[in-house]
Structure formats: structure tokens, C-alpha cells
Design a protein around this ligand. Sequence first.
Ligand code: HEC
Length: 140
Amino acid sequence: MTKNRMITFRLLRQATLPALLAAVGSIHAAAPDLSKLPPAAQRTGVTFAKDIEPIFKAACTKCHGDMKHKGGLRLDTLEATLKGGENAPNVIKGDSAKSTLVHSIARLDPDAAMPPDGKGDPLSKEQIALIRAWIDQGAK
Ligand code: HEC
């Protein structure tokens, strides 16, 4: 590399690093407000088969089931739910507050709310609380 090229390269690097940092900063600023999440239910022994599958069947699997996999996501089995979609994982075992599936059902970001606006009734606070408890208890 000639000396001139070196300098150009350095200048470029100096210019792109702050731009990159700014971009990361704006992603950070758009982080969901977790204080708006309904708290997890107190109930113990929450399982997918008993408690969660019926909720997903009623509200989610017409778009996330065996026929349609919107966002690359199926919610009709425990295994598929844990595998997640295009932005997997959506469920972080033991940490419902960090699970994007919980952010979406709590409608923290209107653009990522599930079910999408006008495409089904929002889940109730009780349903969200139960899904949070299920994830916090290890998503079994
Ligand atoms: C009417 C169709 C529809 C229904 C009903 C629906 N979704 Fe979705 N879902 C989508 C679409 C479409 C996407 C793809 C991203 C987007 O366009 O917002 C998506 C994406 C997602 C994602 C992100 C997946 C990823 O990895 O990017 C999650 C999590 C999710 N949905 C959860 C749910 C849950 C939980 C329910 C039920 C409470 C539900 N969805 C109901 C249409 C639906």
C-alpha cells in the first residue's frame, strides 16, 4: 500500500467508526420499555402442553402453524416454539423479560405486536402473565 492509500484508508476508518457507533446507539435507543410488561403469574408447574398450547392454538397458529410459518416461526409444538423464527431465539428459557415473543404479545412495539393489529384480539394480561411464568420456569 502506498503512503497516500494508507492515509485514505485511515480517514475512511475514522469516518465509518463514529457512523457505526451512532447506528448501534439508535438501535439501543429503540429497545423496548420492559417496565411496561405485565408481571409473570405466580402459578408454578406451568407447561406448554397444559397451559400455553391452548393459547397459541386460539391466537397464533393460523399464521404460525403447520400451514403457514409467518416470520419463519411455528408455535404448534414446544420444539418449534423453542427453535424460533427468522430472528430466533424468540423464547429465552428462564428469562421472559428478554424473550422477544413476550415483547410482541405485550405489544411493546406496535410494528412488532402479535397478533398484528386488526388480525386478532390482543392477548389478555392473564395470558401474557402465564406465558411469562412458563418461560421463567424453563419453558417445559
Ligand atoms: C394474522 C397472522 C398472525 C397471527 C395471528 C400471529 N402472527 Fe406472529 N407474525 C406474523 C407475521 C406476518 C410475522 C413476520 C413479521 C412481521 O411481519 O411482523 C410474525 C412474526 C412473529 C414473531 C417474530 C418471529 C421472528 O423470529 O422474526 C413472533 C415471536 C410472533 N410472530 C409471535 C406470535 C404470537 C405469540 C402470536 C399469537 C399470540 C402471533 N404471532 C400471531 C403474523 C401473525
